[in-house]
Design a protein around this ligand. Structure first.
Ligand code: CA
Length: 231
């Protein structure tokens, strides 16, 4: 039997947390609730969920943004997708959330259907790489068995979204991908995600690749490509 996906809900408003939990349970998920940062961290010590729903505004000093950043930096939690719940609609805040390591965000108030669609999309995006597959372009290499990315033999650290993006680029080297193609093929469900999100993650990928960042090229007016030929 397939295990029910566990979702950690980090939300300080009991009514919202309960509403989300009831709906998730009803749709085949196993929700766990935490009302603040410390109890969320404690829940993560007990068990690593398949996804974290993280409220932006939390009591007690630690904002959702700081928690996202913290969890992204820890080996135990760095691969767990994070969906931010935010009451803010401002573009800079959304970008800040994605920069802190969130996979996506959803703005309150949201419908249950929209939330479920986003959760499923985020989970789908974690499509596994074939075990043992090694992808290589130039000196840039991704090992599907160890999930290790390296450039000229030196290991690099990538966030989960950047890893997926790079994996896609490495599967199709030298090919130009438009933003909407990347949304379709890497994010998996382009309905709720803005094309700007692609630019944010490409920027983060370049930064994470260091010297190899120049291999991820912008093709003006079209999109992006991974190339072994540095111009
Ligand atoms: Ca809150």
């Amino acid at each position: 039997m397939r295990k029910m996906p566990q979702v950690l809900i980090v939300e300080d408003e009991p009514a919202i947390a309960e509403l989300i939990a009831i709906n998730l349970r009803h749709h085949g998920f196993a929700p766990v609730c935490a009302e603040d940062g410390p109890s969320a961290c404690k829940a993560l010590e007990d068990s690593v969920p398949d996804l974290i729903l993280l409220d932006w505004m939390l009591p007690g000093g630690s904002s959702g943004l700081e928690l996202a950043r913290q969890w992204r930096s820890q080996p135990r939690t760095k691969q767990v997708p994070i969906l931010m719940l935010t009451a803010r609609g401002d573009e800079p805040d959304k970008i800040a959330g994605l920069d802190a390591g969130a996979d996506d965000y959803i703005t309150k108030p949201f419908s249950v259907q929209e939330l479920l669609a986003r959760i499923r999309a985020v989970l789908r995006r974690r499509a596994p790489l074939s075990v043992g597959e090694v992808l290589k372009v130039g000196d840039l290499q991704l090992d599907g068995a160890t999930h290790q990315v390296s450039y000229q033999g030196e290991a690099l650290k990538l966030g989960p979204m950047e890893f997926k993006l790079l994996s896609h680029f490495l599967h199709h080297p030298e090919r130009v991908h438009s933003r909407s193609q990347l949304l379709d093929q890497v994010w998996g469900d382009a309905v709720y995600i803005e094309e700007r999100t692609v630019d944010v993650h490409v920027k983060r990928l370049r930064r994470a690749l260091g010297a190899a960042g120049a291999m991820v090229q912008t093709v003006r007016g079209t999109g992006y490509r991974l190339s072994a030929n540095l111009q």
